[in-house]
Design a protein around this ligand. Structure first.
Ligand code: BDR
Ligand code: CA
Length: 314
């Protein structure tokens, strides 16, 4: 039976790839998308989620809109220099025909988990505000969830949104600290691995040969995103963040995992840094926290090949 997932997302170029990757993978059953600020503001993330489902011919999948701001302060703003003003590589697509649900994301998450205990995995690939709000409203979601597999954080490598922190976690560190501290199984697919999943220019070019709507869309949104990477990293092509979380769901054996308690820095210039308890002695701030599965190694070429193969066959 396919594994049911809810993707919490801020689409976003790499979010779009991850959503499509999940939709075309028979092992996964995407039962809903929830939107969050990050790459764009939340209302645009909602619109983009609806547009992506229409492109995928899956407008039957519900979309619930999430929080407008992080838990404790206003959203610092989107990153058009990475994902484009529209979050879709500046294609400026027409509005979708479909509408989001009337209930907010946190409520949707709670209702789905309550109705199908043990069956649903949460897959956040943006800031963790909606997940933290759901936890606060209904702590029993910890018992009802299967697992939380998230893209975010950096355990043993530098950040990408600041020298210290990864973008999703830095956008709401208080929410992330709640999510890592809750009594459920969290798997962190962060920069430690995603910066080793490299799509070369040849890998990118291949998508335009698939002749499929989803691959065609990916080909159209990638150039803007790619320019950002090529201007800021010493590499051609892109690194694959959000799709790596989907690859973990499909083939966890492609990843090496360590288990550590995790805290998140919420103050000062290190705000948003994920801090695993890697030392021998567990200090009080980490004690009594659950062990998080932290991905520290990956077969990056296999992840890139898996995604391309799935979308080619879509
Ligand atoms: C994460 O931040 C966003 O820009 C991407 O969509 C990804 O979720 C990478 O740090
Ligand atoms: Ca994202």
């Amino acid at each position: 039976m396919a594994r049911k997932i809810i993707i919490d997302t801020d689409p976003g170029v790499d979010d779009s790839m991850a959503i499509f990757f999940a939709l075309v993978s028979p092992e996964l059953d995407v039962i809903g998308l929830t939107s969050i600020f990050g790459n764009v503001r939340t209302p645009l993330a909602t619109t983009n989620a609806l547009r992506l489902l229409e492109i995928a011919d899956r407008a039957d999948i519900p979309v619930a809109q999430g929080a407008l701001d992080p838990l404790t302060r206003p959203f610092e703003g989107p990153v058009p220099f990475v994902h484009g003003e529209d979050g879709q590589g500046e294609l400026f697509l027409p509005d979708p025909d479909t509408q989001p649900l009337a209930i907010p994301a946190a409520q949707f998450i709670i209702e789905q988990l309550r109705a199908q205990p043990g069956e649903i995995t949460l897959v956040p690939i943006g800031p963790l505000t909606n997940i933290a709000l759901a936890l606060r409203l209904e702590p029993r979601i910890c018992e009802w969830v299967d697992e939380v597999v998230l893209m975010g954080g950096n355990a043993l490598v530098p950040g990408n949104a600041s020298p210290a922190a990864e973008a999703n976690i830095r956008n709401d560190p208080e929410a992330a600290d709640l999510v890592f501290g809750a009594d459920w199984q969290v798997t962190m697919v962060g920069l430690d691995v995603t910066l080793r999943v490299h799509m070369t220019p040849a890998d990118i070019a291949e998508y335009s040969t698939h002749g499929k709507p989803m691959s065609e869309h990916i080909s159209r949104i990638l150039p803007h995103y790619r320019r950002y990477f090529e201007a800021n990293y010493d590499a051609q092509g892109i690194f694959v963040h959000d799709s790596s979380a989907i690859a973990y769901l499909l083939q966890p054996d492609l990843f090496q995992v360590r288990r550590w308690q995790m805290r998140v820095e919420t103050a000062g210039i290190g705000r948003g840094k994920t801090l695993p308890a890697t030392g021998g002695r567990i200090l009080p701030a980490w004690a009594d926290r659950p062990l998080v599965n932290v991905c520290v190694g990956v077969d990056g070429a296999a992840v890139v090949a898996l995604e391309a193969e799935r979308l080619r066959k879509a």
